[in-house]
Structure formats: C-alpha cells, structure tokens
Design a protein around this ligand. Structure first.
Ligand code: NAG
Ligand code: NAG
Ligand code: NAG
Length: 401
C-alpha cells in the first residue's frame, strides 16, 4: 500500500517533468508520442527503482507492463490463428482459411524488445502479423524466443534458427501448403537483428536446401561495437528508445555485469583485438554525406576498460561484422530506417554494404519516423507511424515475395 502511493506520486512528478521534453517539429504522432515517450521514461525509472529496492528486477517490471498487451489466439472468418510449439519454442501461426490452388508464401516474424522484453502475442504484433497474413494470403509464423537475462546470448538466436529450420522442412511446408521458394524472415529492432542473423546463417549453410527468398528488416540493430555513431549522438534521449535503455537491455543480453553498461555508455567496451572489425562499421566510409553532417569520425578507444566480451564480436549480434563474401550470399532485402532513431546508422550502413556487394536492397527511410512505433500500433495508442510502416512493409512483401 505504501509502495503504491509512492509509485503514484513518483509517476506524477516524473510525468510533469518528462512531458515537457520537446518533440521535433514535424515528427509523426507528435503529441501522442510526447505522452508515450514520457510514459516509457517513467516506466524505465520505476523499473530501476524497483530493482534498487530489491522488489523486482528491471526487466520484470517492464514485462509486467507489456504483458497487459498480450492476446489470445483468435481465429476469424479469414484466418485460423493458433499457438503451437516448433521444437519447444512457442510460435503463433496465422493460416489463411480461403482454399487456394496455389501454394502460399510464408513470413516468419521476430518481435522487438532488445532480447529482454516483448512477445509476438502482444496485440500490436498480433495485429501486424494478422494483417500480413490477410494482405498476402500468406502463412505467418510469429516467434517467441526465450528472453534474457534468464536466457542470455546466444539463446535468442538458437531459438530463432531452430524455428526457421523446423519450418523449412519439406514435410512441414507441405502441411501448411507453403511454397518453399517464397519464404521471408522479418523483424523489427532486435527482431531485425534476429532476421538478419538467421539469413546470414542459413544462406551459407550447405545443408539447407530450401533457401530464403527475402528478408525484411525494420529499424534493425546490426552492430554493438560502436555505440557512438552520429545517430546514437543525435537521438541519445529518444524518442522511445534512449541510448541508456538500449545499453541496459543489451548488457543484460550478453552478460550480467554493471561494468559493461557503463563501458558501453562510454563507447569503450571493446578490446584491442577488435580493431580490425571497425572497418565494417566505419560510418565515415559508409554513411551518405547528408547523414554525416558535422560529425567527426574518431578512432575507437580500445582495451581501456577491462570488460571485453567476445559476444560483441559475434556476427549474430552484429550482422554488420559479416565479411563481404558472407554478405554476398544474402537474399533479396527490404530495409526500413527511421530518422529519429539511435539505430538509424546501423541500417544505413547495412544498406551501403549490401549494395556494394551486389545484394538487391529496397530501402525506405522515414524522415519523420522514430524507433519502436510497431509496438504501439493498436489501441489505446494507434500510432500513425505504425500503420505507415505496416503498409510499406506489406506492400513490399506483396510485390516481392
Ligand atoms: C475477411 O476478408 C474480407 C475480404 O477481404 C474482408 O472484407 C473482411 O473484413 C475480413 N474479415 C476480418 C475479420 O478481417
Ligand atoms: C574510417 O574511415 C576513415 C575515413 O574513411 C579513415 O580515415 C579511418 O582510418 C577509418 N577507420 C577505421 C577503423 O576503419
Ligand atoms: C582483465 O580481466 C581479466 C579477467 O578478469 C584479468 O585476467 C586481466 O588481468 C585484466 N586485465 C587488465 C588490464 O586489467
């Protein structure tokens, strides 16, 4: 009872404080965004508070809020929606009811949440995947990989690859009447990381006969070795995703230590031996001029803080660390970036590197967009940007899958 009053008072004070953070002129959903942004900052502060008080872990507090968005599988006149397990990993399947002469395309979707929070069963992802299944007359598979810190790196990747490999088996594709030549992996934010990593792994795996036709990456995180790119600097306070929250989630994913979080914030979390990798993420080489603006490239400071974590150098968490030869094997790609997003430059650099090696890429950049809108697609938020992204993504799929 005491805590509840305290929480209420704290929320009120924080809201009064955060609501005055000015949102950029012209940004999509400007006023709604100010409210959601304040609410997220409050949630993050309260989560830190509950953790410091020993009441609840940071991620547990955030999950308890996000769980309000969880839905049951609900079929309708057009779709059968069911929750099942693929190799012990929970997935939600969207199966069109209409009988079709032709085999259907399929989309496997990975949700965002920094590998620590989120679920494909949240109403916003359910809404997106339902829409995709309807518009494309496609089988859609929403994936719930296990979450960190209980299940740290590389479990999210192992779960994701396991689901995709299970689905790609000829018997499974036949069961759902899926055309093996028309399968896409998609995801937003950390889900985009998973889709990119799964693509890299499968396209170069000689044992996989049914290759993926496409990948669709929405505001993906594609590297963790440089946390001070121009977009990290410009949008460090958000909206929606701040540099501090991203660093917090990521450090929980790769290891438990607090030291790592502080090192990432200083951009001094990489060891000396990682130096050769920086050429793959060098924004000075890969960003188009207009995004470099007045930023000046500085060489990384390596090996100063002793928090060296080999996971950062793994191309599964950092698909941008793949070599050109590995990237060259990638399939048709859709990549959407938003301007007001700390992860903007990850996406822009990936587009540049993929095009350089001849991978066919469609790139949409939303000047008035920001990170994470897809998680607020449904009531009571109904963000316009979420619908814009949904429509761009599904119309690309419609024309290319
Ligand atoms: C089912 O599909 C039809 C035709 O596309 C559409 O008019 C109807 O609204 C859909 N039903 C639902 C519940 O989405
Ligand atoms: C990054 O690129 C700049 C300019 O293209 C170059 O001067 C610098 O040496 C590069 N640094 C790394 C680590 O690749
Ligand atoms: C870094 O940490 C490792 C393991 O904790 C230790 O063996 C090593 O001596 C440390 N190096 C420095 C420079 O502090």
């Amino acid at each position: 009872m005491g805590y509840r009053t305290l929480f209420f008072a704290l929320s009120f004070i924080l809201f009064a404080y955060y609501i005055y953070i000015p949102m950029p002129e012209g940004i999509d959903d400007r006023w709604k965004l100010a409210v959601i942004d304040a609410a997220i900052k409050i949630a993050s502060n309260l989560a830190e508070f509950t953790e410091a008080m020993g009441l609840m872990k940071y991620e547990e507090f955030l999950r308890s809020i996000m769980n309000l968005q969880l839905t049951n599988p609900i079929s309708d006149e057009n779709l059968t929606v069911i929750d099942v397990d693929f190799r012990d990993i929970p997935v939600r399947l969207y199966l069109p009811k209409r009988t079709s002469e032709r085999q259907r395309p399929a989309v496997i979707y990975f949700h965002g949440g920094g590998f620590v929070i989120g679920s494909c069963k949240m109403s916003s992802y359910d809404f997106l995947n339902r829409w995709t299944a309807m518009k494309l007359d496609a089988v859609v598979v929403g994936v719930d990989h296990r979450l960190a810190p209980k299940y740290p790196f590389p479990i999210a990747f192992e779960d994701s690859i396991s689901v995709v490999k299970f689905f790609l088996q000829s018997t499974v594709l036949a069961k759902y009447k899926v055309d093996p030549a028309r399968i896409c992996v998609s995801g937003d934010s950390s889900g985009g990381t998973l889709a990119a990593a799964v693509s890299l792994m499968l396209q170069s795996d000689p044992e996989i006969k049914n290759k993926l036709k496409a990948q669709a990456l929405i505001s993906p995180g594609l590297q963790l070795i440089d946390s001070f790119m121009p977009s990290h600097q410009l949008y460090q306070h958000g909206p929606l995703l701040t540099r501090a929250v991203a660093a917090k989630l990521i450090s929980r994913f790769v290891s438990e230590g607090k030291m790592l979080y502080q090192a990432i914030m200083k951009n001094q979390h990489m060891p000396e031996e990682s130096r050769p990798l920086f050429k793959f993420v060098n924004w000075s080489t890969f960003l188009p001029e207009k995004y470099k603006k007045n930023h000046i490239y500085t060489e990384p400071i390596l090996g100063k803080l002793n928090v060296s974590n080999p996971n950062f150098m793994d191309s599964r968490v950092s698909p941008l660390l793949a070599t050109d030869a590995q990237l060259q094997k990638l399939q048709l790609t859709y990549l959407l970036t938003c301007e007001h997003d700390i992860l903007r430059d990850d996406g822009l650099i990936y587009v540049a590197r993929l095009r350089k090696v001849g991978v066919q890429v469609t790139h949409d950049h939303l000047e008035n967009g920001y990170h994470g809108a897809l998680s607020f697609a449904t009531a009571p938020f109904n963000l316009n940007l979420a619908l814009k992204i949904r429509d761009k993504y599904t119309s690309w799929l419609k024309n290319n899958l």
